[in-house]
Unconditional design. Structure first.
Length: 240
């Protein structure tokens, strides 16, 4: 009996001691620190400035290929050329293959086909004198009047000598019907009094170049509300 009581006491003591010494483990293990999440590496995309792409080429504008340079030089140097054919009636038909920049400029300005503006010398002279102020009796690029301007252009472009005044130019010219006017013909106006007092040079599409009192050297339209009622005819002066 004593042995049984001793054994029971020892077993109870063992169980009591064992329960108190046990520690509950946490549901999650916090002893291991989490590794920080890796941040995504951002790759900066850099673009190269000054890239020009041509057929067959991709090259920086600072280092153009030989082919690209040749194309640019060729476009700048190629002159205006025209192929001229004659039909059965002997009339000239002009086909402009590469137009001069002045031809394009004045074709737009006068609303005319570029094929009709083949006289580049005339356009160059108009460009040279463009905007020159009007003054009665003047004949320089400081100021010029209408008859001095036609006198100068007819001499420089067509090698035709004209008298000094508009009325004298009218008297010496061969009268031309309006429907038959062509480049280089003179157009005459009566702006005041009973005699011819203004003159210009016909170009095409009812447009003429003249030194006007209001705009200086410029291009005007025969159908303009000011010029149409004052128009008195056209004349042609042949070289001779």
């Amino acid at each position: 009996m004593k042995r049984y009581l001793w054994f029971s006491s020892i077993l109870g003591l063992a169980l009591l001691t064992g329960c108190n010494s046990l520690k509950k483990l946490p549901s999650t293990d916090t002893s291991i620190a989490r590794a920080p999440a890796k941040k995504p590496v951002s790759k900066e995309v850099k673009f190269i400035d000054g890239i020009e792409v041509a057929p067959g080429d991709a090259v920086s504008s600072n280092h153009k290929t030989i082919a690209t340079k040749r194309k640019e030089e060729s476009a700048r140097k190629e002159p205006a050329t025209a192929t001229i054919h004659k039909d059965d009636a002997g009339l000239k038909e002009v086909h402009v293959e590469k137009a001069d920049w002045l031809q394009l400029k004045y074709a737009v300005m006068m609303d005319a086909p570029v094929e009709e503006l083949t006289n580049v010398s005339l356009l160059q002279k108009i460009e040279e004198w463009w905007g020159t102020k009007y003054c009665l009796g003047g004949k320089t690029k400081n100021c010029i009047d209408c008859s001095a301007f036609t006198q100068t252009l007819m001499k420089d472009v067509y090698d035709i000598t004209l008298p000094r005044t508009a009325s004298e130019q009218y008297k010496m010219s061969e009268k031309v019907d309006v429907d038959d006017m062509k480049e280089g013909d003179l157009v005459f106006f009566r702006t005041s009094g009973k005699s011819i007092s203004h003159v210009g040079i016909y170009i095409t599409n009812n447009k003429f170049v003249n030194a006007s009192t209001s705009g200086g050297v410029t291009i005007s339209d025969l159908n303009d509300y000011y010029w149409k009622p004052r128009f008195k005819g056209a004349g042609r002066v042949l070289k001779g």
